[in-house]
Design a protein around this ligand. Structure first.
Ligand code: NAI
Ligand code: MG
Length: 487
């Protein structure tokens, strides 16, 4: 082990702590193979300690006494610190998981805004005073924080997912144990340092790094956890649901997708083609809402697919730290292997790659996990490349003849996260935005996100909503208080 490589410990009860296992694992830059740090391998004993700390912090000490104004001020301080360290965070995510620096800088800006939005919500939590049938009764409903929250997050936006889980926890007065993905722990750990600096009391925000099968599974099953927020694969999501049964904890799940992007011949085809590339290939396709099934009206399909392939092939692939880079590497050897397997399978099934098609090699590329943006022609709805989430830069193009056919085929998936629609026909835009079965429908745009707008999935893409007022509301339970005024 290189003695100069730093070791990153667990944050439990406000103290940086060695893992009980005494074990550490490496995190490396997927563009270069460079060793970045040793990360503590947390397990169930560390999860126990973190959950106990989160429970103490929720029930006693300074945190329950924080007023809404105190919580707002705290979140605003954290937002300011994140903004001040924005470049550092952008570089952390880019070096640890490969995303281009332009992308990670943009994420930081949005996350600062997101925290400020949650800070506002902290001040506007309201119950109600319903009017019961019995006039002698006075009834009030009040919102109370749900308690100890656990968050299990993926590697495709490490800072993003950490801030998204922490913001509503702080706004609502809950406490948190965060389990980062084993491929990307550095930004969550740095965020925890800033949280302490901002004045988040000990135990309110705990971070236990480690692997899913031990630290993650222990958190998901823990009887002392009241709510789990999970973002990741559908398969792991099912395990989280099963693990939650022990104490019937509340769940929010943000799982995968196979989102359709539907282009009609009457659309602004130039803009649609440019955005189809962004929808499918941003973050090298490692995006839950990536538009990976591109349905194009038959009269323009072939030409449109060629145009998408031309734009995709011109993207600059390389180390994400280069400001010119459009596409960085995939996150890990494992992800490259998964994507390559899907690629081989698509070709065997009879699809044809009109751009990309296999791992990139050559100068500056061999040490990293680089895969080019790949556009497929000749894919069929029943092929794996059209049915399964690939989480890499592979886009299936499909043609359709009618609006009804487009709707039926776009909806013929177990997933329902996002859907794109390109048309200049106002009536059609309205019809399809209701007919497409997805948590978000983007018309003449794709993958728009705003702090004020709730987002999430239907069907196997998940449950619960993030962003917006609803995200914070899901961290409360409603208590009704009944007073018999005749006494
Ligand atoms: P994963 O779902 O296994 O990992 C996500 C998180 O869950 C990580 O923190 C991991 O440590 C944790 N985890 C794993 N097993 C667990 C368990 N039994 N109990 C509790 N926590 C557990 O995803 P992975 O293996 O990194 O990627 C596999 C595929 O999942 C990708 O190819 C992609 O298709 C999909 N995925 C989807 C994401 C999304 O945003 N919807 C994000 C990441 C992956
Ligand atoms: Mg890595």
């Amino acid at each position: 082990m290189n003695a100069e490589v730093t070791s990153k410990r667990l944050l439990i009860d406000g103290v940086w702590t060695d893992p009980v296992s005494g074990e550490w694992f490496e995190t490396r830059n997927p563009a270069t193979g460079e060793l970045l740090a040793q990360i503590a391998k947390g397990g169930s004993a560390d999860i126990d300690a973190a959950v106990a700390a989160a429970r103490r912090a929720f029930e006693s000490g300074p945190w329950p006494k924080f007023s809404p104004a105190d919580r707002q001020a705290l979140i605003l301080r954290l937002a300011d610190l994140l903004e001040a360290h924005g470049e550092e965070f952008a570089r952390l995510d880019t070096t640890e998981m490969g995303s281009p620096i332009r992308h990670t800088r943009g994420s930081v800006a949005l996350l600062v805004d997101l925290l400020r939005y949650y800070a506002g919500i902290a001040r506007s939590i309201e119950g109600s005073v319903p009017a019961p049938s019995d006039p002698a009764l006075f009834v009030a409903t009040v919102k109370e924080p749900v308690g100890v929250c656990g968050a299990i997050i993926p590697w495709n936006g490490p800072l993003w997912a950490s801030v998204l889980k922490l913001g509503p926890v702080l706004a609502s007065g809950c406490t948190l144990v965060l389990k980062p993905a084993e491929d990307a722990s550095l930004a969550p750990l740095r965020l925890a340092e800033l949280a302490l600096e901002a004045g988040v009391p000990a135990g309110v925000f705990n971070v236990v790094t480690g692997f899913g099968a031990d630290a993650g599974a222990a958190l998901a099953a823990h009887p002392g956890v009241d709510k789990i927020a999970f973002t990741g694969s559908e398969a792991t999501g099912r395990r989280i649901v099963q693990a939650s049964a022990g104490n019937l904890k509340r769940l929010s799940l943000e799982l995968g997708g196979k989102s359709p992007n539907v282009v009609f011949a009457d659309a602004d085809l130039e803009k649609a083609a440019q955005m189809a590339v962004v929808a499918a290939f941003a973050n090298s396709g490692q995006v839950c809402s990536a538009g990976t099934r591109l349905f194009v009206e038959r009269s323009v399909h072939r030409e449109f697919a060629q145009e998408v392939a031309r734009i995709a092939a011109a993207l600059k692939i390389g180390n994400g730290l280069d400001p010119e880079t459009d596409l960085g590497p995939l996150v890990s050897a494992r992800q490259l292997e998964r994507v390559s397997t899907h690629m081989a399978d698509a070709l065997t099934a009879g699809a044809e790659a009109i751009s990309g098609g296999g791992r990139l090699s050559g100068e500056g590329l061999d040490a990293g996990f680089f895969f080019p943006p790949t556009v497929l022609l000749g894919a069929q709805d029943d092929m794996r490349c059209v049915r399964e989430e690939i989480f890499g830069p592979i886009l299936a193009t499909l043609s359709f003849d009618s609006e009804e056919e487009a709707i039926a085929r776009a909806n013929a998936t177990e997933f329902g996260l996002g859907a794109g629609l390109w048309t200049r026909d106002l009536g059609r835009a309205h019809r399809l935005s209701r007919a497409l079965k997805a948590g978000s429908v983007w018309v003449n745009c794709y993958n728009r996100i705003d702090p004020a707008v709730s987002s999430g999935g239907i069907k196997a893409s998940g449950q619960g909503r993030e962003y917006g007022r609803q995200h914070v509301e899901e961290h409360f339970q409603t208590k009704s208080i009944w007073i018999d005024t005749s006494v």
